[in-house]
Write a protein that binds this ligand. Structure first.
Ligand SMILES: C[S@@+](CC[C@H](N)C(=O)[O-])C[C@H]1O[C@@H](n2cnc3c(N)ncnc32)[C@H](O)[C@@H]1O
Length: 218
C-alpha cells in the first residue's frame, strides 16, 4: 500500500515540467544556498569590508610556512600575519621566538580553530588571534609582517604598509608579490615562493623614483 503511494507520487513528479516560474525558483534557491555558504561559512564577519577587499581563506602549505620562516631567520620582535586563517603562520612564528605573535582575522570559525590549535600546541598564552579588520589595524608596532592575500588588494596594502611600518620592518608576501616593489630576497619555487621586502629599501627606491620624475618634469 505504502509502495503504491510512493510510486504515484514519483509518477506525478515525472510528469511535471519545469516552467519559467520553476526555473526562477530553482535559480533563486541555488543562489541563496551559495550566498548562505559564502556569508555563513567562508566569509562571516566580512559584511563591513568592501567586496573588492574581501579575500577568501586558503591556508599556506607547509613549504610556504617554511619559506616565510627562512626569510625571517635572524630577526626578532613583534610579528603579525594579516589575515591569519587558522593561525598556522603565527604559531610557527611564535615557535621561532617572535613575540608578540599576532594574527588578525575576521572569520570567527577560523579564529576558534586558531585558538584550538594554539592550545593543542601548548602555545595558547604566547600567541594572540584578534578579530579585527586588517585594514583598520595600526601596524606601527610590528617589525615583521606576513601576508598571504590576493593580487587585487596588494596595491592598496602597499600604501598602508609604507605609511605605518617602522623603518626596520620586513614584510613577507606569499603566493603573489607586491606589484610595485622590488624584493630583497626570494625563497622557494612556483606556488610556494615567498618574497621579502625591506621597508627601508622600498622607501629609498620610492624617494629616488620621485627625484628622477621631478628632474624629468623640470
Ligand atoms: C588566503 S587566506 C591566508 C590565511 C593564512 N595567512 C595562511 O596563509 O594560512 C587569507 C585570510 O585573510 C582573511 N582576511 C581577508 N580579509 C581580511 C580582513 N580585511 N581582515 C582580517 N582578515 C581578513 C580571510 O578570512 C582568510 O582567512
Amino acid at each position: 500500500m505504502e509502495d503504491d503511494v510512493q510510486e504515484q507520487t514519483l509518477e506525478q513528479f515525472k510528469d511535471k515540467r519545469l516552467g519559467g516560474w520553476g526555473i526562477l525558483q530553482l535559480t533563486a534557491g541555488t543562489g541563496l544556498a551559495v550566498y548562505a555558504m559564502w556569508a555563513g561559512v567562508l566569509m562571516p564577519g566580512f559584511r563591513r569590508v568592501p567586496l573588492k577587499l574581501q579575500v577568501p581563506y586558503m591556508p599556506a602549505s607547509k613549504k610556504q610556512v617554511g619559506n616565510v620562516m627562512s626569510l625571517l631567520k635572524g630577526r626578532s620582535g613583534g610579528f603579525a600575519d594579516l589575515g591569519s586563517g587558522d593561525g598556522r603562520i603565527v604559531l610557527e612564528a611564535s615557535r621561532q621566538g617572535f613575540s608578540p605573535a599576532v594574527g588578525y582575522e575576521l572569520n570567527p570559525w577560523l579564529l576558534r580553530l586558531s585558538r584550538f590549535y594554539a592550545w593543542k600546541a601548548g602555545l595558547y598564552g604566547r600567541v594572540s588571534y584578534r578579530r579585527e579588520d586588517l585594514w583598520k589595524v595600526d601596524l606601527s608596532g610590528y617589525r615583521n609582517i606576513s601576508i598571504f592575500l590576493a593580487p587585487s588588494v596588494l596595491t592598496l596594502l602597499q600604501e598602508k604598509l609604507l605609511v605605518e611600518l617602522p623603518e626596520d620592518a620586513l614584510i613577507i608576501a606569499g603566493r603573489f608579490p607586491f606589484p610595485d616593489w622590488t624584493p630583497c630576497r626570494i625563497e622557494g619555487q612556483g606556488v610556494d615562493r615567498a618574497w621579502a621586502y625591506s621597508i627601508e629599501a622600498i622607501r629609498k627606491q620610492n624617494q629616488s623614483k620621485d627625484i628622477q620624475s621631478s628632474e624629468k618634469s623640470s
